[in-house]
Design a protein around this ligand. Structure first.
Ligand SMILES: [Zn+2]
Length: 299
């Protein structure tokens, strides 16, 4: 009986209500995504700045210059940074907003990779602003990921790595229903993965851990010894196929030369808004908010 009373107390004052993350359902995320799809990277950055501002947020712009190499002139990149709270340590939540340029000079749509997650993070920043946080949370939209993780590298170079408790990267929204996360083979990320599994349960989203996982901006933080996780939203069948293709080797059971659907969409003219759903963006938002609140509580 006494245990029940204690449990009731814990439920009333514990993290439970915080994990019910949703404010109201996000009415029309695809309309917001339309504003950046198919645009040049500078315009994508401008629109995302405007989206943050429309949500009442004032992003800081970190400009950085990249080194010129043969055949690749130096360029200026812009990371967009929203800071929430003022705790002694940081949780960084990031997504790259730049899109790949094809050999013919055109920029791909960049809805799947990685416009949808960028728009989701503008909303995540807005939602987190309504919470009391122990950490300082930085929501960062990185530039020039597709040119070699340049935006995230510039961010880490400017930051105090010891201050960053964890980094959550979000790259690719294609399909809906399964959250893919990794790379679970890398040591040092256990506490972050535990929080991912907790957030998945709280958000009622199926999550799949990938020992080997495609690199993204998380690797810039991992290289500095910061615990990381990289996330993507996919549908169930395609997630299983991708897991097998990346992790099962010759035993995968997939036909020879099988290429997971996502790799036939991204970095091509097929990266269009048709592959992104309102439900996927809403669920990703809820999951990321739940994850950040859990990390904020547990780290
Ligand atoms: Zn990407």
């Amino acid at each position: 009986m006494a245990a029940c009373v204690a449990l009731a107390c814990a439920t009333a004052s514990g993290p439970g209500p915080d994990l019910a993350t949703g404010p109201e359902t996000w009415a029309n995320p695809l309309a917001e995504l339309t504003r950046i799809v198919g645009r040049e990277n500078v315009e994508r950055g401008d629109e995302l700045l405007a989206l943050f501002q429309e949500r009442g947020l004032a992003p800081q712009v970190q400009e950085f210059r990249t080194e010129a190499t043969e055949g690749n002139p130096s360029q200026v990149g812009r990371n967009l940074i929203v800071t929430i709270g003022d705790g002694p340590r940081d949780i960084v939540v990031g997504a790259h907003y730049d899109a790949v340029r094809l050999p013919d000079g055109t920029v791909v749509g960049g809805a799947v990779d990685n416009g949808a997650a960028s728009v989701v993070l503008t909303r995540v920043a807005e939602t987190l602003g309504r919470h009391e946080l122990e950490h300082r949370v930085r929501v960062v939209l990185f530039d020039l990921e597709e040119s070699g993780l340049l935006g995230s590298r510039a961010y880490v170079e400017d930051a105090e790595p010891d201050r960053i408790a964890a980094m959550v990267n979000v790259d690719v929204v294609v399909g809906e229903g399964t959250l893919m996360y990794g790379p679970t083979s890398h040591e040092g990320n256990e506490a972050v993965y535990r929080s991912v599994r907790f957030a998945c349960a709280a958000s009622e989203i199926t999550c799949m851990g990938f020992p080997r996982y495609p690199p993204s901006d998380d690797r810039s933080f991992q290289a500095a010894g910061i615990p990381v996780v990289s996330l993507a939203m996919n549908d169930a069948a395609a997630s299983h196929q991708m897991w097998l293709a990346l992790n099962a080797g010759a035993e995968s059971g997939l036909r020879e030369n099988f290429v997971p659907e996502v790799f036939r969409i991204i970095h091509s003219s097929r990266d269009t808004i048709e592959h992104v759903s309102e439900a996927a963006m809403n669920h990703l938002h809820d999951l990321i908010v739940a994850l950040v609140l859990e990390l904020d509580r547990s780290l």
